[in-house]
Design a protein around this ligand. Structure first.
Ligand SMILES: [Zn+2]
Length: 429
């Protein structure tokens, strides 16, 4: 029998759920027998799961009516996020579950069963959790990508739902992995297509000024990343007792920064065309003169004026100095940036990082102003040398001094490395 209810009755029914929960919460549980208390907990959990399962039906209805389109939103994920104040991750998971477990409508308006009917039924009974559903959806998506025959897919789904009634989400993940290994032992079937869909990278603020980079890399990108980053992240050979004290994580981080800087510099090489990528830095005239405070990039990140000015040694960077009201006092970078001819001359002279003992080739180096640009140092060959990211980072704080002799950079070690402070230079074979 189908009961057709008017919209207001349905709204009443929905609000009665909330009223029933509030009523339950007002009761005293202290007088309950242990068995009854455990049963209340079981019933509450079942209701919670059933309510979550209801989302799939409601989201399907939202999409059948194209409500997101009517409100000029990209999709139901954005609609839910705005309506219920959910994070993108939360609303994304609900929509993902709805697409796998909710009713579907064909292009001709025909009602279709859910993509994962066994999972949807278990969910509607309140017998499996959202975490378990997540595991089942991920495993079934990979099997679909592998183009496993439909009946084998149905068997796999039934098996996973059965296991979900016995094991928690974490254990179920292991079972699903073993199932995938059995059905697709060498991973060839699930490989590429699945990777193309799952590839992902994000870089979001941590809230403390740092950023969290997370990624799921496809095999090709991972191979590139490992090759490039690991070769750059090797510990630096010590220079007269100056040991590389960075952790492996810190070395990988610095290697990643070197790669990004190389990409920035690539835009200015003589042979390349187009407009180079530009990092726009803004700071006030007071900050610029004092060399203290924080400058802002066009992406809103804040970095110290010192760091900003060092970044500004690279060509693909524009900076704007403004007054306290936001008016622009000066802008540009061209004065501090070496010309292509100068860069080639520097490469010919230094052949890479000029720091004694460093083997970094020219493409991994940056121009260093020996007398800082802010203190009147000129952008000409007699005031420039090439330094790798690692040594550029430490040259001002490590106690070393750079001097030019006969047009060649020499490095004077701090007295704790050499009491006589005899100048050294990087002699390449
Ligand atoms: Zn170096």
């Amino acid at each position: 029998m189908t009961v057709v209810v008017g919209s207001s009755e349905t709204v009443l029914a929905a609000s009665s759920v909330s009223a029933a929960v509030a009523d339950l919460a007002r009761r005293s549980f202290s007088g309950l027998a242990d068995d009854d208390l455990l049963e209340v907990i079981r019933q509450a959990e079942r209701a919670r799961r059933q309510l979550e399962a209801l989302d799939a039906v409601l989201i399907a209805e939202i999409e059948a009516r194209n409500l997101p389109g009517r409100y000029m939103l990209r999709g139901s994920k954005q609609l839910l996020a705005g309506l219920l104040n959910l994070s993108p991750a939360e609303s994304g998971a609900r929509v993902r579950h709805a697409h796998a477990l909710g009713p579907r409508t064909s292009l001709t308006g025909e009602r279709l069963a859910p993509l994962l009917p066994v999972t949807a039924a278990a969910r509607a009974r309140g017998s499996i959790t959202a975490g378990q559903v997540e595991v089942i959806i991920a495993a079934m998506t990979r099997l679909r990508d592998a183009q496993l025959p439909a009946e084998r897919q149905a068997e796999a789904e039934a098996f996973l739902v059965e296991q979900a009634h016995r094991f928690d989400g974490g254990t179920l993940r292991g079972i699903a992995r073993r199932l995938l290994d059995t059905l697709d032992p060498d991973g060839r079937l699930t490989g590429e297509r699945s990777q193309q869909r799952r590839r992902f990278l994000s870089c979001v603020p941590n809230g403390d000024g740092m950023y969290r980079l997370t990624a799921d890399l496809d095999t090709e990108t991972a191979a590139l990343a490992r090759t490039v980053l690991h070769s750059l992240a090797a510990p630096r050979p010590s220079t007269g007792g100056d040991r590389d004290e960075r952790t492996s994580g810190q070395r990988l981080h610095d290697a990643f920064r070197s790669v990004l800087k190389l990409a920035l510099r690539a835009g200015e090489l003589p042979a390349s065309g187009g407009i180079p990528a530009t990092v726009l830095i803004t700071m006030t005239a007071e900050q610029f003169q004092a060399g203290t405070g924080l400058a802002a990039t066009s992406y809103g990140q804040q970095l110290s004026i010192d760091r900003a000015l060092r970044l500004a040694d690279q060509a693909a960077l524009a900076w704007i100095v403004h007054n306290s009201k936001g008016g622009i006092l000066s802008y540009g970078t061209t004065r501090r940036v070496a010309s292509d001819k100068q860069t080639l001359a520097l490469i010919a002279r230094d052949q890479g990082c000029a720091f004694p003992g460093c083997a970094d080739p020219p493409e991994w180096t940056e121009r260093h102003h020996i007398i800082p640009w802010r203190e009147g140092g000129q952008t000409d060959l007699d005031n420039l040398c090439l330094l790798c990211d690692f040594h550029h980072d430490r040259i001002d704080t490590g106690g070393w001094q750079v001097t030019m002799r006969d047009g060649v950079p020499w490095f004077i070690p701090p007295s704790w490395i050499d009491p006589d402070q005899r100048p050294r230079r990087n002699v390449r074979p």
